[in-house]
Design a protein around this ligand. Sequence first.
Ligand SMILES: [Zn+2]
Length: 62
Amino acid sequence: MADDGILTIEKSEGRRVCPNCGEEKKEMIHESTDKGNIISDYPRMYGHKYKCGSCGTEWREK
Ligand SMILES: [Zn+2]
């Protein structure tokens, strides 16, 4: 687990599901820019993180 407490999971094939509760409706899984995860300095690019609308778990994918 990263220092910021966000779960990091392996990117999975197909449907994105909540690693905590298994929510799989995409309207319940909110994607946002993860400013704590810089994947490129130039051009500056950030990773994405996801938040489950059912249980509130946040995670990012490798
Ligand atoms: Zn969940």
